[in-house]
Design a protein around this ligand. Structure first.
Ligand SMILES: Cc1cc2nc3c(=O)[nH]c(=O)nc-3n(C[C@H](O)[C@H](O)[C@H](O)COP(=O)(O)OP(=O)(O)OC[C@H]3O[C@@H](n4cnc5c(N)ncnc54)[C@H](O)[C@@H]3O)c2cc1C
Length: 550
């Protein structure tokens, strides 16, 4: 059923989509934003340790729903499995208004300038598709600042000598007091000649934008914030854009495909509403912001006679180069109590090892971990401690408040065969072919990440840990909550999916604006880069299509 024409339709209300929508509304556009998930409140989360976005054993409160949303995963041994959202290997982020930003940990990193030119800096390792971004840190710098100030970031990065140039400090100081782990690790890092600083966070440390400061509770990463002190798109740009009356948000609406006319231009999208009815939303410009797995899936599911392999897929690059972050680190046991058990937990970072690791291409940041719920402590055991029984209970009693974990996201070397395809058989509840995830990590990724674990261990030893043990990486498919890279940005249409302004090469009015376009994923959590790029591209789209809009 066709609906009235709008200037733009945006698919996905996660980190990227609402920011583009906000920028277009700012330029006077009429925009429809389609989100397949619900608009939740913190009360939908109910502080359930076993049912949250970090531990979905009993389901994901912030989507997608357990039933009717499978994916297919091809293991390293070639075994093909159909997995539900709460099962390992699904690589879920979230499906709701705010996407991952409703329940995230909220670390708000800028990538470093070198992260945008990894191939020039290091050369391309065999078996990798490592490349430079077509844009630089300087191109993104004003938009990083905009994201930090419009959404609200706390922290203090002034002691980080490796950061890119910045014009303004962060709008809010770090949450205070920082706590015991900060004191201990800050001192130890300085002793080692490293440069510790306060982690930037999309979290209010003081009242900001009409919402209160963080109350330091336990239910932080993986949960929606009970007092709304965590800054996602759902409580910042989205309400502002909706207030103008130019944006319409339609929730529980699953986009089936992008429609393309006989001239090879997108004419709008076809979607299912919550009752399963099919609608056609005509639009002059279509913006895909479904996250790295679902955006690739949508482009592939939009194949037409003119584009038989899917949109933007003339050279078979859609869905390729799936990346995430390989997390490694170490645990340290201390003689005294070191763990405060107050949120958000993560406070202190170093970025000394994001580059400059001899013989390695890149590296990553290292930080103390987010606050841990008791169930998570099972993952913190040294290898000799069993998972259950009296010995495990004794270990928890002895060690729960005497351990610190330091972990970090290693920048992965992109691999062409790490990819999203459409599964030839499995379909979701709407009958749409689902994503099939396959391909290995590059061996060099594992080398770098295991070196990072050693760096973490050295830091903990310098802090006084009497016993340490490592979390090393293993081979497996990439993606995870930091999924990125599947619609690569580039100047050459034969080796990328979108151009430097994130327009799909073959189509004059289709854009991808989310983590999919990241050429590489930095040695830092990616969300602030996704947001900054969304601000940048929103502005470009408004300029490029101003005349067409009339
Ligand atoms: C528990 C957790 C902790 C995290 N912590 C951090 C952190 O500390 N720092 C950090 O940088 N990152 C963190 N992340 C990751 C971060 O949230 C993601 O990198 C980011 O949200 C990705 O943004 P995106 O726009 O690419 O996709 P998303 O945020 O995933 O948004 C995509 C949206 O599109 C919707 N969608 C998809 N397909 C369709 C369709 N066909 N039709 C309609 N709607 C569709 C989805 O439902 C979703 O809401 C965390 C994530 C989680 C879940």
């Amino acid at each position: 059923m066709p609906l009235p024409m709008v200037d733009a339709v945006v698919i996905g209300a996660g980190a990227g989509g609402p920011i583009v929508a906000h920028e277009l509304v700012r330029a006077g556009w009429r925009v429809v934003l389609l989100e397949r998930g619900k608009w939740n409140t913190p009360w939908d989360c109910l502080k359930d340790d076993l049912r949250n976005q970090r531990n979905p054993n009993l389901g994901n409160p912030f989507g997608p729903e357990d039933e009717g949303n499978p994916r297919v995963i091809v293991g390293m041994d070639g075994k093909v499995s159909v997995v539900a959202p709460y099962e390992g290997g699904y690589n879920n982020n979230a499906a709701c208004v705010g996407g991952g930003t409703l329940s995230y940990g909220a670390m708000a990193w800028r990538f470093q300038p070198t992260d945008f030119r990894m191939a020039s800096k290091y050369g391309v390792p065999e078996g990798s598709t490592l490349a430079d971004w077509p844009i630089s840190y300087d191109d993104l710098e004003p938009y990083y600042e905009k994201a930090e100030w419009e959404l609200g970031v706390s922290g203090d990065v002034s002691n980080d000598p490796f950061k890119g140039p910045r014009k303004k400090a962060l709008p809010m100081p770090p949450v205070s007091p920082q706590g015991r782990e900060f004191e201990i690790l800050d001192k130890a890092a300085r002793k080692l000649g490293l440069h510790p600083f306060h982690i930037p966070m999309l979290r209010n440390s003081v009242p900001y934008n009409g919402r209160p400061a963080c109350m330091r509770c336990r239910w932080c990463v993986g949960f929606a914030c009970e007092v709304d002190a965590k800054n996602g798109t759902q409580n910042t740009v989205l309400p502002v854009a909706l207030k103008t009356g130019l944006l319409e948000l339609r929730t529980e609406c699953m986009t089936r495909e992008i429609m393309v006319d006989e001239h090879g231009r997108a004419s709008g999208v076809r979607y299912f509403d919550r009752e399963g009815h099919t609608w056609e939303q005509p639009a002059r410009v279509v913006i895909v912001s479904g996250g790295a797995i679902e955006s690739a899936r949508l482009l592939l599911n939009s194949a037409t006679k003119t584009f038989p392999n899917g949109l933007g897929n003339r050279y078979d690059w859609v869905g390729r180069n799936l990346q995430g972050h390989t997390y490694t680190g170490a645990w340290g046991l201390f003689d005294e109590i070191v763990y405060d058990d107050i949120g958000p937990g993560a406070t202190v970072a170093i970025s000394d090892f994001n580059h400059g690791n001899p013989g390695m291409r890149g590296g990553g940041a290292l930080c103390n971990e987010f606050i841990r719920l008791p169930y998570q402590f099972v993952g913190a055991r040294p290898p000799e401690v069993p998972r259950w029984g009296q010995a495990y209970k004794d270990w928890v009693r002895q060690a729960y408040r005497r351990t610190i974990s330091v972990m970090g996201p290693t920048q992965e070397m992109p691999v062409f065969d790490s990819r999203i395809q459409l599964d030839p058989q499995v379909r979701d509840k709407y009958g749409i072919p689902v994503a099939r995830i396959s391909g290995p990590k590059h061996p060099h990724t594992l080398e770098i990440s295991n070196l990072q674990a050693k760096h973490a261990e050295d830091w903990l030893k310098a802090a006084g840990a009497t016993k340490t043990w490592l979390k090393l990486s293993g081979q497996g498919t990439s993606g995870g909550q930091h999924q990125a890279g599947t619609c690569r940005m580039g100047n050459d249409a034969q080796t990328s999916v979108v151009d430097a302004n994130c327009r799909v090469h073959d189509l004059e009015n289709v854009y991808v604006v989310d983590a999919s376009v990241n050429v590489t994923n930095g040695g830092f959590n990616p969300v602030l880069t996704i947001m900054a790029n969304a601000y940048r591209v929103g502005e470009k789209i408004a300029q490029a299509h101003a005349r067409a809009r009339g």
